[in-house]
Design a protein around this ligand. Structure first.
Ligand SMILES: NC(=O)c1ccc[n+]([C@@H]2O[C@H](COP(=O)([O-])OP(=O)(O)OC[C@H]3O[C@@H](n4cnc5c(N)ncnc54)[C@H](O)[C@@H]3O)[C@@H](O)[C@H]2O)c1
Length: 438
């Protein structure tokens, strides 16, 4: 019978994948190995996070003591690629536009590619990057549907064979506080985990309106955050961070999900506003997941686990029921900025020739979120095996349209704004009601 606790074996397995083991390598040794090394890097997706990620990468290069050369930018929109390229002295002919721009970047001699577009494109871009032999940093989430997740898992396995590093933008895995909590849980400090709750409640981050004369493909690339086929819905796009922590702390993904959600006040796109899901991790361990994007309501982003001896909250607090003081294990990282540390870990793994491969962790976190979305959209119970193994399951090939590959083949048709899925009614979709004020 599967242990209810986080087994040592499963923790060590995930710890190795996380690069926790790599923390024991003193940075000073890595700096010696990095002396005189230069890494050529390109960025695909020159938006808010892409611009952040390249800055984080360059900061990590300084910490690790290696040189960096920015060789290309790619974005659907030429102006965005050029604006980011300009910051790094790139000529316009190294700033590629269009849905195939990533191919032009990958054709150049480069070591590392940073993937930060709308999530729908991640499986395609990652596959191409691994096929081209590049190390990858990719933002979360890494897919929007079960077939996309399976592509990422397959590409991650190829990366493993090729010895390529794949690091994901699930930055909590690279923060000392979360690593301390994970170690303490594994050491049994709060006893056997009985259950928990994870939350991402806040506002709609942004809305982008269709520009005059803009075709569906470019509208979707611009307003991707509000369409399920582009973002995976906000349970996938944002809440994936908290679900990743749940999988990490429990040492396994969920077995089933039952939940619900709805749309009350969204202004564009076809996504829900809120979700409430019961994830069953087996052996009577349940995690309640809630996420909401509605302004003017309770805000809260956290993870909480309850064990037989105590509880945790987020990436820093652990409390015991007997009132004894908890001393968390010491973990020292190069920086307390998780989004820089993830690039430090990426560079360290390349310099040590010990490929760090986070593809499975982030693919599983993404699939957990997709499982939560599917149960809410359909109103049905969804099994993990429905999404990864059971080819005859109605959910196995439940793919979003338009699919990422379609954008390189010709015009695509965007889902209609404000038309949403109705749970329990099969494929039925319905025009959403009148919106409240933002
Ligand atoms: N780790 C984190 O904390 C964190 C924070 C914010 C965003 N993100 C993730 O980063 C990714 C990007 O988010 P963002 O906030 O930067 O969005 P954004 O809209 O600001 O940027 C996305 C960019 O990608 C471009 N793009 C879209 N599809 C493309 C394609 N097929 N090829 C090339 N370019 C394409 C868009 O034109 C845009 O410039 C998302 O996956 C998001 O979930 C992660």
């Amino acid at each position: 019978m599967e242990s209810q606790n986080v087994s040592r074996r499963s923790f060590i397995k995930s710890a190795a994948v996380l690069g926790v083991a790599a923390q024991t390598i003193p940075l000073v040794n890595v700096r010696a190995q990095g002396a005189g090394r230069k890494f050529k890097v390109a960025l695909v997706g020159c938006g808010g996070r892409g611009n952040g990620a390249i800055g984080n990468f360059l900061e990590a290069c300084k910490l690790v003591g290696v040189e960096a050369e920015v060789v290309a930018m790619a974005d659907v929109f030429k102006d965005k690629a050029v604006a980011t390229g300009k910051k790094y002295g790139l000529p316009a002919d190294r700033c590629f536009d269009g849905f195939d721009g990533y191919r032009k970047a990958l054709a150049l001699p480069l070591d590392i590619i940073l993937l930060a577009t709308a999530p729908a494109f991640r499986p395609v871009h990652m596959e191409a990057a691994i096929a081209a032999g590049k190390h990858v940093f990719m933002e979360k989430p890494v897919a929007v549907d079960p077939p996309g997740v399976r592509r990422v898992l397959a590409a991650g396995a190829v990366a493993k064979q090729k010895g390529l590093t794949v690091v994901a933008g699930t930055q909590r895995r690279h923060q000392a506080g979360y690593q301390q909590i994970a170690r303490a849980i594994q050491d049994g400090v709060i006893g056997t985990i009985l259950g928990g709750r994870v939350s991402w409640c806040g506002n709609v981050p942004w809305i982008k309106r269709r520009e005059t004369g803009e075709d569906d493909a470019h509208y979707l690339a611009r307003n991707w955050l509000n369409f399920t086929s582009m973002s995976g819905d906000h349970i996938c796009e944002q809440h994936v961070h908290n679900l990743d922590v749940a999988n990490w702390m429990l040492g396994r993904p969920p077995k089933t999900a039952v939940g619900f959600g709805g749309r009350a006040r969204r202004e564009t796109g076809d996504m829900f506003d809120f979700f409430s899901i019961d994830f069953d991790y087996g052996n009577d361990v349940h995690i309640h997941s809630m996420c909401r994007q509605i302004p003017g309501c309770y805000d809260g982003v956290w993870e909480n686990f309850v064990g037989t001896k105590g509880t945790t909250m987020g990436g820093s607090a652990m409390k015991l029921f007997d009132g004894k003081k908890v001393t968390l294990p010491e973990i020292k990282l190069a920086t307390d900025h998780g989004q820089v540390q993830e690039h430090v870990d990426l560079l360290k793994s390349i310099l040590k020739n010990e490929a760090l491969n986070e593809a499975q962790n982030v693919a599983y976190a993404t699939l957990t979120a997709i499982m939560g979305r599917i149960t809410s959209y359909t109103g049905q119970l969804v099994r993990w095996t429905d999404l990864l193994e059971q080819k005859d399951s109605p959910f196995f090939n439940m793919a979003c349209t338009p699919a990422a590959d379609d954008f390189e083949k010709g015009p695509v048709v965007a889902p209609e704004d404000d038309v949403v899925t109705v749970p329990g009614s099969g494929e039925a979709k319905k025009k959403a009601g009148k919106k409240g004020k933002k």
